[in-house]
Design a protein around this ligand. Structure first.
Ligand code: ZN
Length: 497
């Protein structure tokens, strides 16, 4: 399909070079008149033309992540539609968005291989940087979920990273699932990438995206970043060339959870023996809480969506881990989690105080080869990765109306905290029978209403004690003196009888 000239919001523009996107079903073209934007054109809309046009037009009026902190110079975290593209007859054909392409941006997938990291980032992408990027990705997903939006097709190809600072931006936002706050129409997400798809999405006809399916894809992505590129479902039956991590997801075979089901390269004895990738990193390289979450997501959470750690839990765990990073004594570009006894990029992964279940595949597992060492990765120096709370808060541009969650929500996981109240909202009324919130230290309690009686002492509690006044103390002393005098008098008089 060729459109040398189209209309963008009614304004004629000229299109230039093309880049195929998402299975070849759309193409992205640059715009001669505005190098800062690109246009995404759908190949064949026929059946879904109206729905897709409505979806993009609604999206254009929304501003998700409006309240999220953006650092100075940081590109938007979503490649959101900014204009409607039509042909010269006015027929909808796609939309425009800000450009997030080469050479300023690269797909996140390039961070998942040492060669890509070295080529794009030289020595600036350390393990700590990957941890920061993982945390940012979790933060974006967390915020989208709080706004009732699903990513749907979350993968390392649908996120780009800025080469200069390591900031990330989610692409293909037209596959997000959301509800139009005005009409109440729900726009589902039917797209997924097999290697990131929770099993329920690839079974049978496949389910639409849910919060829990996003959480699964996020867990895979985070695991990849924290191991320098390992897929948690990597490994293939001996002799099978076209086996993918997606196949292992369907079979429930994760080497992170079931190392006993895998053999190291060269050790396979049967044709269907699952063989690990030769350069697999020990999962114990993950910070402890992250490893627990990974095992939960890829173990019990694989078939039970409610048991997957949420984006919020991931973000909190990864933020915490950022405070516990060690630097290698041999190479200052090597960083690793504090629980490890030594640098995992220079030698084997050994925990300083192992408390987690053993993660080694077998005693025959070779130590990580030094060639794959992560040295090629970026220092946080170039990135203004300042703590979010030290950045001025931009005014929320648009507060999407709070709509009832339209998509299947997973129940809150054990230990999860409720989301914070939206900006500008009022606290909910105290439910009947609940206890009032504690009075802040230093504040004075409000006076009881006229005619009210003081509340009864709580069961088992002691009533408040009144401080003795000087007057009552004096009276008590006098009574004691008089009593003592009378007793003494009685004792003195007793022998006289
Ligand atoms: Zn090292």
């Amino acid at each position: 399909m060729s459109y040398p000239m189209i209309l963008l919001d009614g304004r004629p523009v000229t299109l230039r070079d093309a880049e195929r996107r998402r299975g070849g079903q759309a193409e992205v073209r640059s715009v001669a008149e505005d190098p800062g934007i690109v246009v995404k054109l759908y190949d064949d809309l026929q059946k879904h033309a109206l729905e897709q046009e409505q979806r993009v037009r609604v999206m254009r009026n929304l501003q998700p992540l409006g309240g999220r902190l953006i650092r100075p110079g940081q590109p938007p975290e979503l490649a959101w539609p900014v204009g409607i593209a039509t042909d010269l007859d006015g027929t909808f054909i796609g939309y425009s968005m800000r450009k997030f392409g080469k050479p300023d941006h690269t797909q996140m997938v390039a961070l998942l291989e040492p060669a890509g990291r070295r080529r794009l980032f030289a020595d600036r992408m350390t393990w700590g940087s990957l941890l920061t990027i993982a945390s940012s990705a979790a933060g974006v997903v967390e915020q989208l979920h709080e706004e009732g939006i699903l990513v749907g097709d979350l993968s390392s190809r649908n996120i780009v990273v800025s080469v200069a600072e390591g900031y990330l931006t989610f692409l293909d936002c037209d596959s997000f699932a959301f509800t139009d706050p005005r009409s109440g129409t729900y726009y589902p997400s039917r797209w997924h990438t097999d290697d990131y798809a929770a099993p329920e999405r690839t079974r049978g006809d496949g389910l639409e995206a849910t919060v829990a399916s996003d959480d699964f894809a996020l867990a895979v992505l985070i695991y990849q970043l924290l191991t320098g590129g390992d897929h948690p479902f990597a490994g293939q039956p001996q002799g099978q060339e076209n086996w993918t991590p997606g196949d292992n997801i369907k079979d429930g075979n994760s080497h992170v959870v079931h190392p006993d089901r895998f053999v190291v390269p060269g050790a396979a004895t049967k044709p269907d023996d699952l063989v690990l990738p030769a350069d697999r990193m020990d999962p114990a390289v993950l910070p402890k809480r992250a490893l627990l979450f990974a095992r939960q997501a890829f173990g019990p959470g694989l078939q039970d969506p409610a048991r997957r750690p949420t984006a919020r839990q991931w973000r909190a765990a990864l933020e915490e881990a950022q405070d516990y990073i060690k630097v290698c004594t041999s190479d200052p570009d090597h960083e690793y989690a504090e629980h490890l006894a030594g640098c995992p990029w220079c030698g084997p992964v050994i925990e300083s105080k192992p408390v987690a279940p053993p993660t080694v595949i077998s005693p025959a597992t070779p130590a990580r080869p030094v060639v794959r060492a992560e040295p090629e990765v970026l220092a946080p120096a170039a990135a203004p990765w300042v703590p979010a709370d030290s950045v001025p808060q931009p005014a929320p541009a648009y507060q999407p109306p709070v709509t009832p969650a339209p998509m299947p929500q997973q129940p809150a996981a054990y230990g999860a905290t409720p989301p914070p109240a939206p900006y500008g909202s009022t606290p909910p009324p105290v439910p009947y029978g609940s206890t009032p919130p504690p009075v802040p230290y230093g504040s004075t309690p409000p006076p009881p209403p006229y005619g009210s009686t003081p509340p009864p002492a709580p069961y088992g509690g002691t009533p408040p004690r009144r401080a003795a006044s000087p007057t009552s103390t004096t009276t008590i002393i006098w009574i004691i003196v008089v009593l003592a005098f009378l007793i003494g008098l009685a004792i003195w008089l007793a022998p006289l009888h």
